[in-house]
Design a binder for this molecule. Structure first.
Ligand code: HEC
Ligand code: HEC
Length: 204
């Protein structure tokens, strides 16, 4: 954990100049789509499909989930130095505008199933079933309302965020996620992240 935090601080320092550019971009660019392209895409990827380490894809996240998360960053209740700085530059109407836009972006494409470990996929699927992840996140893990979309999210981000919920470093809007991961081993979290990152479908 400690190592992770230091790593992020280091990364944040390097991104200082880029961040200033981003925040000024927020103020000067025009429509939401233009501002998304000018500011958000540099980290979250074209069309909100991320190719950046530890940075989530935003495409297809339910708009209510997105608005809640940006709000939590802005209020300092979800901590990430990059996103907090960006969220602080946003008005309430920015929050709504970006979130509506995110909700309408086509979700990340399914990854190739070639070369996947069937063993890890089935271990991940079993854990997801045992812990009833689909009961809130949907049978196809596409999320809804305040519940996040998980299907085809980046594996490294999923793993980091699951560890964060489990350790209490990340607090959600409610404690649902902190409670649901109690007792899952470190290896179990890895298998769940692997499974979710590769377009899972819950068993009926
Ligand atoms: C400098 C890089 C950077 C920029 C620019 C950036 N973000 Fe982020 N964003 C991140 C990172 C990293 C995270 C994940 C933080 C964490 O792990 O808690 C994140 C998380 C988010 C989340 C939460 C997603 C989730 O799945 O929980 C939303 C929503 C979001 N960003 C929206 C935006 C919007 C809208 C913009 C443009 C106005 C933007 N971001 C610009 C780096 C960035
Ligand atoms: C009782 C409902 C519920 C259950 C069960 C549940 N979740 Fe969640 N999950 C949520 C909510 C609500 C959020 C949004 C958290 C917040 O308020 O910030 C969330 C967020 C997440 C996120 C963060 C996504 C992102 O983009 O940052 C991940 C990852 C996640 N859940 C995985 C899981 C997994 C894996 C399971 C099963 C082991 C699970 N969830 C079970 C309700 C639930």
């Amino acid at each position: 954990m400690r190592k992770g935090r230091l790593g992020l601080g280091h990364r944040a320092a390097h991104l200082g100049a880029a961040l200033w550019f981003c925040i000024s971009g927020l103020a000067f660019a025009q429509s939401v789509p233009e501002r998304f392209k000018a500011v958000c895409q540099s980290c979250h990827g074209e069309g909100g499909v991320s190719h950046t380490e530890l940075t989530p894809s935003l495409a297809g996240q339910p708009s209510f989930y997105a608005v809640t998360q940006i709000f939590l960053f802005r209020e300092g209740r979800r901590s990430n130095p990059l996103m907090t700085a960006i969220a602080k530059g946003m008005s309430d109407s920015d929050l709504r505008g970006f979130s509506d836009y995110i909700g309408k972006l086509p979700p990340p494409p399914a990854t190739s199933m070639e070369g996947l470990s069937a063993q890890r996929m089935s271990r991940g699927a079993l854990l997801a079933q045992e812990h009833r992840c689909a009961s809130c996140h949907g049978a196809d893990f596409s999320g809804s309302k305040q519940v996040a979309r998980l299907a085809n999210q980046r594996e490294d981000y999923l793993l980091q965020t699951l560890k964060g919920f489990q350790s209490g470093d990340r607090l959600g809007y409610t404690t649902a996620m902190n409670e649901t991961l109690v007792g899952i081993s470190a290896e179990g979290l890895q298998d769940i992240a692997y499974y979710l990152a590769h377009a899972p479908r819950a068993k009926p």
